[in-house]
Design a protein around this ligand. Sequence first.
Ligand SMILES: [Cu+2]
Length: 112
Amino acid sequence: MLAWETTATIIGAGAAELTFDLHIERGRVSENMSTIRVKQGDVVRLRWGTDQSIILHLHGYDIERKVEPGAIGVMEFTARVTGRFPVEVHGSREAGGQSHGEAPLVRIDVYP
Ligand SMILES: [Cu+2]
């Protein structure tokens, strides 16, 4: 299953600007949003909503965002590097620690 972009704008040379809206409930996203597919060169914007305070870390591109309930946390990057990049949940301030969860919250596949 893969997630479909909410909006897509072609920005030339086959690249697009893609926005994904992802909602986290009790530390998970729905199954059909667990893999996001983009192409190298795309400008990717992830908009996160959550029902609890959470810290997200996009590995590889190394972007960390704290997202609070009632607010949208935005990660934006240009997908310059191909491969599979997990978004992991880091330990929340309430729980303490910085450990990673068992499975990634979302995987981002960047295709050449
Ligand atoms: Cu991490």
